[in-house]
Design a protein around this ligand. Sequence first.
Ligand SMILES: O=C(O)CCC(=O)C(=O)O
Length: 257
Amino acid sequence: MTGNIISSEKQAFFEKQGYLIMPRMFDEDRFQLMRAIAEEELHQKAPPLEYEVDVNYPGAPINQGSAGARTARRILQAVSRHPQVLAVATDSKMCGVIKALLKSENGLMLSQNHHNCIMTKDYRFSSDTLWHQDIRYWSFLQDNLISAWIALGPEHGSNGGLKVLPGSHLKTYSLDCFDTDLFFRTDLEKNEKILRGELQVTLNPGDVFLFHSRLLHSANRNRSNETKLSFVFTYHDKANAPLEGSRSAKLPSIEVG
Ligand SMILES: O=C(O)CCC(=O)C(=O)O
């Protein structure tokens, strides 16, 4: 065990695969509160928000006049919206697991600049997120961060749940494997072979999906008849600081453990 927070088997699984599912980390009352806050935020649509028209992903509306253009995709700055969202992001049990997985000795930090959102996927208008590593647009001393994806409902292939490429966080891919937006190209035979190892993640309400910032992942659009909602937060060790002047350093990280 690492400080009795997580078993050595789970630690070893995360290190090898780059992800870990922690089933139902929150009790039913807490879960219902989280879900209600997310639904209310989606209803209010207070800025800052990212809309489907902004993402430019396959299937997204092509301009402001297109149907579904003003469909929320990411409700940003989540921890500043509600004290209960901050309480979830700083939950001592969840943060303890992340701290152990990161082997963080200097203090665990919650980034306010990355993810920090209520991730939505509308059942009427949504788009496909192509294969990518989150670290591609992030600037830290090391590529070693963990994100927590908290399912606020069921997540699976039909409603646009995450797909991952296990172990990809340990691999180095040449630049030509990626397009100009740093999405992993699916039109290359060598990438196609690599992606045969993809895994569809299935989550139950309240499950926490922890994944490494280098893990290749993607997600299809939502083809169910219900909007999908999740909280997503990102953590780093205090010594793994964001690079000065970068987007990763725009707002200060919050010490959480
Ligand atoms: O829900 C999705 O489409 C995936 C989003 C994602 O991978 C990301 O924001 O990094």
